[in-house]
Design a protein around this ligand. Structure first.
Ligand SMILES: Cc1cc2nc3c(=O)[nH]c(=O)nc-3n(C[C@H](O)[C@H](O)[C@H](O)COP(=O)(O)OP(=O)(O)OC[C@H]3O[C@@H](n4cnc5c(N)ncnc54)[C@H](O)[C@@H]3O)c2cc1C
Length: 393
């Protein structure tokens, strides 16, 4: 397999933009109509997710040994779309037909053989992982919404109870789908595992967002949603050893970090934890009652609110990281950062410039797709060394 040839041909195809997913899906649904049900009713939101991920992954097949873990997670995770082993060849055929169409006279027998072999390898790793996962977890869990609280105009806190125990580690995220929307998005449980198996989800409605709007504005107690197996280890507490922590959050980035704080409380260690919670206005601090309660119950936890656009306090810091660095020297700490992609990238850059080591900065942005960023991180870590110190989901 000639990896350089694969990459070069993929970049030629990708230059055709939106035409590529359009052709791919038309080919797939025409030749294999049974695959249509795996995709959202409204394909506009799907955009180029699958095709882009496929193209990148397959054309980087020369790093497959480094990507095995990621591909295994992806294979296990794709069971939630009701993807079965027999669907992989259908997707492979549509991918090859799409490449052939856009490469036109540049499509050769060698290229066809390379793409088929590369896709076959990726599909094999994913299929085997999906089969292995069958023995461990169901493809998805049905969960009932047992509490639904609107905490802000666009934020709801949901408590959901899966029918069967859904094991997860604080800092991870689970796939969530509302049956009427049939799309999956990740949300991070905001609690350490509980004896009754319930999960707390903090959901901000993205303007025009399919799943988040449904969960915030169009769901109620008693509704059933679907949850998929947890993903991600970027915010895992074990990666900080036993060191003291600095936590920087904004918006619903508080959710996985709340789970970490609960885990610190449960482990009964003596680590110190300083939490900075940023919001544009006080009305965005949707969980301050719980935060204040945590702070008053645990002497090791100190909380600082950073309210950027507060008209009563002009000149205040906008970003949690700027305020934290003005407050003290935290370079002996492990730092966990979670919020929008923009908030996270500002925080990470600022911390690295301030002399923090990448390995002590753990971060997750809520903006991108899990597989997109996890794939990027896996590739970056294998090609350029780990300069990120974590993912940017
Ligand atoms: C690991 C991870 C953990 C996460 N945890 C949380 C969490 O705990 N809480 C939380 O609130 N969020 C979380 N997110 C974000 C969440 O997964 C969703 O991305 C978010 O809720 C938006 O999903 P949606 O379906 O509502 O929006 P989408 O339908 O995916 O749309 C997203 C945005 O794109 C725009 N858009 C939609 N369709 C189009 C189109 N055709 N063309 C152009 N623009 C379009 C929408 O207007 C919207 O602003 C997490 C994300 C990741 C990756």
């Amino acid at each position: 397999m000639d990896a350089a040839r694969l990459k070069q041909s993929w970049s030629l195809v990708a230059a055709h933009g939106d035409q590529v997913p359009l052709y791919f899906y038309s080919t797939l649904f025409l030749s294999h109509p049974e695959t249509r049900q795996m995709f959202p009713t409204n394909m506009a939101g799907q955009r180029d997710r699958l095709v882009t991920a496929l193209g990148h992954i397959v054309s980087n097949v020369d790093q497959v040994e480094h990507l095995v873990g990621f591909l295994q997670d992806l294979g296990a995770d794709h069971r939630k779309f009701a993807v079965r082993a027999e669907h992989y060849p259908a997707v492979g055929e549509a991918l090859v037909a799409t490449l052939q169409h856009f490469l036109a006279e540049q499509w050769t027998d060698e290229l066809a053989a390379d793409w088929t072999a590369a896709y076959g390898l990726v599909a094999q790793v994913m299929t085997e992982a999906a089969q292995a996962a069958e023995a461990v977890n169901p493809p998805w869990w049905v969960a009932e919404i047992v509490a639904h609280e609107r905490r802000a105009f666009d934020v709801a806190v949901l408590t959901v109870r899966p029918q069967y125990l859904l094991p997860f580690t604080p800092g991870q995220s689970v796939g969530v789908s509302h049956p009427s929307v049939r799309s999956w998005r990740y949300y991070s449980p905001a609690n350490a595992p509980r004896a009754d198996g319930t999960l707390e989800l903090h959901v901000r409605a993205a303007p025009g967002g399919a799943v988040s709007s449904r969960l915030v504005y169009g769901s109620a107690v008693g509704d059933r949603i679907h949850l998929a197996a947890p993903v991600g280890d970027r915010l895992a507490l074990w990666s900080a050893g036993s060191s003291d922590l600095l936590l920087l959050v904004a918006g619903t980035g508080w959710a996985p970090v709340k789970a970490l704080v609960e885990q610190v409380a449960a482990e009964g260690s003596r680590r110190r934890v300083d939490l900075y919670v940023a919001a544009r206005s006080r009305s965005e601090l949707y969980d301050s009652e719980a935060i204040d309660k945590l702070a008053s119950s645990h002497s090791w936890l100190t909380v600082t609110y950073v309210v950027g656009a507060d008209v009563h306090r002009p000149g205040e810091f906008v970003h949690a990281v700027d305020r934290a660095l003005a407050d003290g020297d935290w370079r002996s700490r492990h730092v966990f950062v979670c919020g929008s992609d923009e908030m996270v990238s500002h925080a990470v850059q600022t911390l690295l410039q301030a002399g923090f080591h990448p390995g002590q900065v753990h971060h997750e942005g809520l903006g991108s797709q899990w597989y997109g960023s996890a794939w990027r991180t896996a590739v970056q870590e294998t090609t350029a060394g780990d300069t990120s110190g974590g993912g940017n989901r």
